[in-house]
Design a protein around this ligand. Structure first.
Ligand SMILES: C[S@@+](CC[C@H](N)C(=O)[O-])C[C@H]1O[C@@H](n2cnc3c(N)ncnc32)[C@H](O)[C@@H]1O
Length: 187
């Protein structure tokens, strides 16, 4: 993988929190760089479902235009509090403690990063939260050489649905040999 080893300061602080907490499901730097690149093309409100230690929020914030806003929801209140401290001086990021659905009030979104597997099943609700041209990014898939995609002997119906839904133009992107994500742009 060819990319600079350095990461923005805010990202470094969230990675430190991930290490301190032994939190192993933070996004990879490759995913973060993609989020930042996509965020740079956005306006308005960008959202993240499942803040974790704040790594995705930090990458989104690093790429987004100064007048755009990033909102992120984390179900675990203690974790949300730790992340809120990291973003205390970052004006364009709000980390909210609570279920992902608390973010519905901030829709429509120009970008939505979905990082909670169960939430990905709610495609109808998520489609209605997006502005036309808005991008949904869904993380944590395992690349499959088959169609429909098969993981551990079963069809991955969530991935199949997102890649075939008429409301979106969608693509699967390999992040590494063992990891992929989906980008679905609202028509
Ligand atoms: C894969 S981790 C998120 C990683 C993070 N997006 C990042 O950029 O590193 C998933 C997070 O979602 C949170 N979560 C699970 N269910 C949730 C829900 N219903 N609403 C909000 N957050 C939820 C978990 O507590 C966990 O911290």
């Amino acid at each position: 993988m060819s990319a600079p080893a350095e990461v923005p300061d805010l990202v470094a602080r969230t990675l430190d929190l991930s290490r301190q907490r032994g939190f192993i499901t933070s996004i990879r730097n490759e995913t973060g760089r993609l989020l930042a690149a996509l965020a740079a093309s956005r306006r308005g409100t960008l959202a993240e479902l499942g803040t974790g230690c704040g790594v995705g929020s930090a990458w989104l914030s690093s790429g987004a235009p100064k007048d755009a806003r990033v909102v992120s929801a984390e179900l675990d209140p203690a974790l949300a509090q730790d992340v809120q401290k990291i973003f205390a001086d970052t004006d364009n990021v709000d980390v909210i403690a609570g279920d992902w659905s608390t973010l519905e009030q901030y829709a429509p979104f120009s970008l939505l990063f979905v990082d909670v597997r169960e939430v990905m099943e709610s495609i109808d609700v998520l489609a209605d939260l997006m502005e036309p041209g808005g991008m949904v990014i869904l993380d944590d898939f395992v690349p499959s050489a088959f169609w429909p995609p098969i993981v551990e002997g079963r069809v991955d119906t969530v991935r199949e649905q997102w890649l075939t839904d008429e409301r979106f133009a969608a693509v699967e992107m390999l992040i590494d040999v063992d990891a992929s994500l989906l980008i679905a742009t609202r028509r």
